[in-house]
Design a protein. Structure first.
Length: 129
């Protein structure tokens, strides 16, 4: 069973794609998209990095400032979806990746499907679902 050790390694140099539901949740929480995200080629947004880390990371505590409103990809991590192949895998950059079990992945299947559907709707991945 995966256990996060709050090392925040996942929050440094993040390339986390923001889904439409993530953007709506952040706006509802009072954030301006231009302050927390950057638009990238392909016409979608990623979390903004400041000083090499996610804009929402408190580097003094290694905690997320918006934990309850964090993006869906952050909720799924260290389980990740390779956008080019739609492969579900575990990010080995996470020091606790070795603790992720098949049950951990299967228990997040609803979240995986939600993310995949939004990626398709946004045109980030092909219509394979």
């Amino acid at each position: 069973m995966f256990k996060c050790i709050k090392c925040a390694k996942c929050c440094y140099n993040t390339e986390m794609i923001l889904l439409k539901s993530d953007i709506a949740r952040l706006k509802a929480a009072g954030y301006r998209l231009s302050d927390v995200a950057v638009k990238v080629e392909g016409n979608y947004y990623r979390l903004r990095n400041i000083d090499g880390h996610c804009v929402f990371l408190d580097p003094d505590t290694n905690l997320c400032k918006i934990y309850e409103n964090r993006p869906l990809g952050c909720r799924l991590y260290p389980i990740v979806i390779a956008v080019d192949t739609l492969e579900v895998t575990v990010d080995t950059d996470c020091p606790m990746s070795h603790t992720v079990t098949l049950d951990d992945i299967l228990s997040r299947r609803e979240l995986l499907l939600k993310i995949l559907r939004e990626l398709v709707e946004m045109g980030i991945v092909g219509k394979r679902l």
